[in-house]
Unconditional design. Sequence first.
Length: 306
Amino acid sequence: MRHLMNPLDFTVEELDSLFDLADDIEKHPDKYAHACEGKKLATCFYEPSTRTRLSFESAMLSLGGQVLGFSDAASSSASKGESVSDTIRVISCFADICAMRHPKEGAPMVAAGKSGIPVINAGDGGHQHPTQTLTDLLTIRALKGRLGNFTIGLCGDLKFGRTAHSLIEALARYSDIRFIFISPPELKVPDYITDMLHKKNIPYEEVIRLEECMPDLDLLYMTRVQRERFFNEEDYVRLKDFYILDTNKMSLAREDMLVLHPLPRVNEISVEVDDDPRAVYFKQVQYGVYVRMALILTLLGIKVAE
Ligand code: NCD
């Protein structure tokens, strides 16, 4: 039985097959409309989410399956003190596959160790968010036509942003990628990530000003400053509007640069940018459904005949 805890759990070749499947789902949705009939997906969300949970639910429903679950810890037995290991054993009797989000790093991994069904990490604290990364990679592949051979800027909260951590690790396996990390000094990317890049001889720069690097970028990955991960409100207030991508800054960028964002957006991208064809964050949400459909099929071992 296979789980997904980290994007690196899949080899680059396995990811290619997953993305090919997602492409086919996009082109021929009817072919997959009954693929998961009789199967159930449990969404166990101990931390708030709209798009990730609904994206999983939409994916399972589009495959003809059914969904059950809870959307915050208060409405689950965690509020009575139940451990994730016990919860997943119970859920294993109710569903065929589980997507779990948890504020504690590693909780979905602990659950997977006791689970009778495949577990998907839907975000664990400030650690990893593999299905967002699959979404990001599919979006880049579909809209840029390649994974590799580009300069990507990641901007915002690179310290706590799990989407950024997962994406950097995943992209580090492709060739000719140059990273530019754009953050205030307080929200720099963690050392374990820059150590990994050093070891692999992958070029990266750390800068504070977004304007400085705009003309160099093929891709710009904006992220939210995550209030819930700060220890004090003052630091959050000081840093929350550090970056605001607006049409002026966009005018410094290449014609074919793409702007991605895992969403939710707060102030870091001004709404006027939404009309720019280079802003693809809402398209990204749609790719997220296709890739989660492909992932559910893959982890359940379901093949759809031609
Ligand atoms: C992200 C997350 O939860 O880490 N959102 C998402 O899943 N699309 C990013 C965020 O919350 O800022």
